[in-house]
Design a protein around this ligand. Structure first.
Ligand code: FMN
Length: 216
């Protein structure tokens, strides 16, 4: 077996790479001014109803807007050079009230239900109402209930799956990797599984034999 090595605490964060889905989150302030910020750690945390979560540092415009207006739109960034470059611009510390979208060459598109706009150049969009926030350390943890989802028409199959090589989801490698990203897609590969266990090992009523069977 390979020897394991303990990781220095200052590297722990790098080792959990990639961290999550790369997105640009739009919010608005009380005056309706648009803000866009990049997030590498945005995650779906509940399937049905669907909730999305992320954390944001104190003093950021996203932090203030979330507290003030309670809405955010998550725009998934495709792994394309131009979009990665633009995402880095949206991560710069602009003053409050500055709209990052024109600075990054991105186009706002009205959202379906909420105020924070969608970003036209991103392929999929999740409009969220803040369900709860929790302040801890110097951060705000945000959990939002998804109110509307939209996607470029050529990026979804008629069975409701994403077209992977069109959506091209990406991961941000993390702060110490600076401006580096990796693709979060490839040709989906099936896991071939078999478990020679006994029924009493499983929760009552669960049909574990069909766990990964398609229901479509
Ligand atoms: C690719 C990328 C990923 C980022 N991921 C996060 C993240 O997951 N969490 C976070 O708090 N900040 C993250 N940042 C930093 C914020 O985008 C940055 O602090 C930004 O200035 C916040 O903007 P705002 O003040 O307009 O809200 C990331 C930046 C980049 C470029």
């Amino acid at each position: 077996m390979t020897t394991k090595t303990d990781v220095r605490p200052e590297w722990w964060d790098n080792i959990f790479a990639p961290s999550s889905c790369l997105v640009i989150i739009t919010t608005v302030d009380t005056q309706g001014r648009v803000n866009a910020a990049s997030f590498g750690t945005c995650t779906r945390v509940c399937h049905d109803p669907m909730y999305i979560s992320f954390t944001c540092g104190e003093g950021k415009d996203t932090y203030d807007n979330i507290q003030a207006t309670g809405e955010f739109t998550v725009n998934v960034v495709p792994f394309e050079q131009t979009m990665l470059d633009r995402t880095l611009i949206c991560g710069l510390p602009f003053n409050a009230g500055q709209n990052e979208l024109p600075k990054a060459g991105l186009t706002p598109l009205p959202a379906r239900k909420l105020k924070p706009p969608r970003i036209a150049e991103c392929h999929s969009h999740f409009e969220c109402k803040v369900e709860w926030t929790r302040q801890w350390l110097h951060r705000l943890m945000v959990c939002g209930r998804v109110e509307a989802v939209s996607i470029d028409a050529d990026c979804i199959t008629d069975q409701g799956f994403i077209v992977w090589d069109k959506v091209k989801p990406a991961h941000y490698c993390g702060m110490r990797y600076r401006d580096r990203f990796v693709p979060a897609y490839d040709k989906p590969t099936r896991g071939v599984w078999r478990y020679d266990g006994n029924d009493p090992e499983f929760r009552a009523g669960e049909n574990w034999r069909d766990a990964y069977k398609s229901t479509d």
